[in-house]
Design a protein around this ligand. Structure first.
Ligand code: 1GP
Length: 232
């Protein structure tokens, strides 16, 4: 499933979103709704959002960022591993704690996938939480290779959350990958940036603009799909 995604919307359970907006996002033609946030995500907010999303057929995946908000019933679970985290808890520590508690529930088939995160915007919340080391283009390519070739992770996620990133570095990371898919997220605020990012990454992730301008958010779907069709 994840391998086919070209465009996804990322919804933060903590942020308010009215029913009409949620419906428009679910019916937009996006490939999936990814639920997750870098801080303040609660079990109750996540359950509520999943219940509302379940009125639509759009696949829903949970990005697990806190042990307290692991909610059953999603189509897939994505587990971030912050490759450039300064705090080792975000590299492996929290994951081991989660597996101690919930390891017996881990399905054996393809519902769970690890994402090798390269957090490239040092000012975003995830960067502060994980205490990331700054990265340049050479670091990004090396982390991408590490995730793909050594760890054999299915997803490398180049995260610029809140700011539009360096697509040159993204292109080099993409070229370095073998089997892993490249997710790009950060600062996509309309069709133009969606198209540019979609020409480089396998999957683009659109987050914050949803809460600022729904129309601009919706524009990203068609733009990304059209750009992908051009490059196919
Ligand atoms: C955040 O990568 C996503 O985790 C999307 O970023 O919120 O900047 O769109 P934006």
């Amino acid at each position: 499933m994840v391998e086919q995604w070209k465009h996804v919307f990322k919804l933060d359970p903590e942020k308010a979103l009215d029913d009409a907006s949620l419906e428009a996002l679910c019916l937009s033609g996006t490939d999936a709704i990814l639920v997750g946030g870098s801080s303040g995500v609660t079990y109750d907010d996540t359950v509520d959002l999943l219940a509302r999303l379940r009125r639509y057929e759009t696949p829903c995946a949970l990005e697990i960022t806190t042990l307290e908000a692991i909610v059953p019933g999603f189509d897939a679970y994505l587990v971030p591993i912050a490759l450039n985290a300064g705090d080792p808890a975000y590299l492996v520590g929290q994951h081991v704690e989660a597996l101690k508690r919930y390891g017996h529930l881990l399905p054996k088939d393809g519902l769970v996938a690890a994402e090798g995160y390269i957090i490239a915007n040092p000012d975003c919340t995830a960067a502060r939480v994980a205490g990331v080391k700054p990265v340049d283009e050479a670091d990004i390519v090396a982390y991408a290779r590490f995730a793909d070739r050594l760890l054999r992770l299915p997803i490398v996620y180049l995260e610029y959350s809140g700011t539009f990133g360096d697509l040159g570095a993204a292109a080099k990371a993409k070229a370095a990958l073998g089997n892993a898919k490249l997710f790009y997220g950060g600062g996509i605020d309309g069709g133009e940036k969606a198209a540019a990012a979609a020409r480089v990454a396998d999957t683009i992730v659109v987050g914050n603009v949803i809460y600022r301008s729904l129309a601009d958010a919706l524009d990203t779907v068609k733009a990304a799909k059209a750009a992908k069709a051009e490059t196919a």
